[in-house]
Design a protein around this ligand. Sequence first.
Ligand SMILES: NC(=O)c1ccc[n+]([C@@H]2O[C@H](COP(=O)([O-])OP(=O)(O)OC[C@H]3O[C@@H](n4cnc5c(N)ncnc54)[C@H](OP(=O)(O)O)[C@@H]3O)[C@@H](O)[C@H]2O)c1
Length: 293
Amino acid sequence: MLLVTGGTGLSGQFVTRELVARGHAVRALCRQAPPPGTLPDGVEVVLGDLGDPASLRRATRGATGIVHTACTYTDSAVDVAAMAVLLEGWADGPFVYLSSLDVYGLTDADPVTEDAPLSESMNDYARGKVRCERRLLAMGRSAHVALRAPYIWGPHPIARRRLLPARLLEGRDLILPGRDAAEWSRYRDAWVDVRDLAAIVAACVERPPGVPLNVVTGHFVWHDLYETLLSLTGSASRLVHRPIEEIQDEDLARKELFARTWRFSEARLAATLGGFPRRPFEETVRDTVSVGG
Ligand SMILES: NC(=O)c1ccc[n+]([C@@H]2O[C@H](COP(=O)([O-])OP(=O)(O)OC[C@H]3O[C@@H](n4cnc5c(N)ncnc54)[C@H](OP(=O)(O)O)[C@@H]3O)[C@@H](O)[C@H]2O)c1
């Protein structure tokens, strides 16, 4: 019986379905009973909270492996303490931890490989991810992996809500940094399709690599993503580029995230899994935008 935390979350739902489809028995840790149809038949639901160690101990009892996708996003102390309890309860099998590419912070490496130094400096969320990864590694066991994810997209209302900027839904101008095309065409980030991620998680459950992996389907240029979103939604918004120093918080919150130029290497992921599923950008974005909700 594999324990999947965050059973009602975006990745948790897809991972649970993938594991069940491959014949694994799954116990899902959820904060509340999932609405009917959220998880496949036969999945055992256990109610619990990352801030409630006793509930985590109950959840790990008898588990033959753990896939940890749940995260508070807002309280690294709770996330790290929960990780410690889950690791104490990790008696058997693999431990797959869903981490983030934010563990590299604002890096000078390009491409960013898994050997790049980790940094807690970006924010509290990144601090939690780095500390959880270190605790996992400190167990000194081989059947584990930290999967460092970029933006996770795919056909689910949670992903749709995150992908579509509020300004686009309101028909207001979308602001992105960049003086001219030469500059804005360098501003990129990475994404992974949640269906591909679920398949990668399942492969790691079955053969845990014992080293962290960047899980990147590909890289996208922010300008291209926003053009695609405008075209798919038929929004009345216009895409406007401005020099980054002229962009105010109300135009674009955390503007520095939209002006990154580096790439993340997926070479280790490909070598470890012998290739991996990668849906094309257009398919992932279209499927994410066209889902109901
Ligand atoms: N989404 C991204 O773009 C992204 C990018 C990089 C890394 N990641 C990492 O990947 C993992 C999965 O992300 P996701 O976006 O797929 O998940 P998600 O949809 O944000 O779901 C997070 C899950 O954690 C659960 N959770 C939150 N606080 C909890 C608490 N106090 N106790 C128990 N459960 C709690 C949520 O429960 P409810 O369902 O009840 O809300 C939800 O099921 C996370 O660890 C995240 O840090 C995500």
